[in-house]
Write a protein that binds this ligand. Sequence first.
Ligand SMILES: Nc1nc2c(ncn2[C@@H]2O[C@H](COP(=O)(O)OP(=O)(O)OP(=O)(O)O)[C@@H](O)[C@H]2O)c(=O)[nH]1
Ligand SMILES: [Mg+2]
Length: 379
Amino acid sequence: MKVKRYITKDVQEAMIKIKSELGRDAIILHTRKIKERGLKGFLKKPLVEVVAAVDSIEQNNAQPKYFVNSSPVKQNIIEKNKSSNVSSYDINNINKEIDSIKMMLSTVIDNMNKNSNTNNDGVLQKYEKCLMDKGVIKPVSDKILSIVRRQISISNENDSSIRNALKIILKDYLGNPYIISNNSRKQNVIIFVGPTGVGKTTTLAKLAAKQTIMNKRSVAFITADTYRIAAVDQLKTYSEILDVPLTVIYEPNEVKDAIEKYSDKDYIFIDTAGRNHRNKELLKEVTSILEYVESPEIFLLLSLTTSYKNIEDIIKSYQFLDDYSLIFTKADETSCFGNILNAKFITSKPISYLTTGQSVPDDIEIADIDKIVNMFVGD
Ligand SMILES: Nc1nc2c(ncn2[C@@H]2O[C@H](COP(=O)(O)OP(=O)(O)OP(=O)(O)O)[C@@H](O)[C@H]2O)c(=O)[nH]1
Ligand SMILES: [Mg+2]
């Protein structure tokens, strides 16, 4: 190892000398500014001291290597210097310089990350607005966007890659739709609950019609809605059109016999009276009916025209239900689909169907998750 000290007017001059004298494998061990002593030195520009080293001198036209690397190289130099005449003072200085370069590099990387996150944040804010304009509440959009933020890389992502990440996350968040079971070996008992006028009876008729007309399955209706005179008539009309038997029950315990009566049917659809969700006594009726039904599939219906506050209250009032799926009605009457994400956030229950009009049986579709995601962040 040859170590040489150069004192020149600037670093460039030192490099030229090092290059010509020590060759391209030379490493810079140390640089500092120095001033000549006395008045002369005070008046003159400072000089530069550069200490360079090389294992063996090579061709003169070679480039010197700058020593700005991390620990393995540092270790390498220390190893090499063990057998050389570089003093421990020089090695300490090298270590200090490496540590300060490392600090500088990490500051530069931090700043790069900050800049790219700021750029990503601009795009994310746009999508936050998109979600909130559609009625998604802040905690839900924060939750979703924080996942996006974690998943996109530190580099400056473009709009379409952020949107794709958001789509994947929304899809994952919404999960797979739950559709009424198609188990031909067992009887499927399906019960519809929800607030007044949400579309329970109409939705029941739509789903029953699909089973009987399209799937050629046998169906029966039970209604516990004797609260309004017209309610029985409404379901009776559908039962006649679809040629499906109907039993009206006046007390919850009567549901047991009615189910037994239809033991030969593939599907039994049970309609319940729409109840003011703020009246807990009235809601108990649903609990009582459920006591007599063995493993029913329960659907809670929510209208997409309902405000978030009311959706939240409705969901809370049906907390007594263990397991259910969500049907969103009246999707045709709004462009605010935020409550789909909000309801999912509060309940974590599967989404089943969306109803899209008054027409029986056509205006219903299985929740198409891709379509829902596109409603929020479509192209
Ligand atoms: N626009 C629109 N109207 C709907 C939809 N579903 C149901 N309706 C209408 O909403 C009104 C109430 O529907 P019902 O099926 O009687 O609602 P319900 O929940 O059974 O009502 P109650 O039994 O009184 O609690 C009717 O006029 C339906 O035609 C839908 O998807 N879109
Ligand atoms: Mg009804």
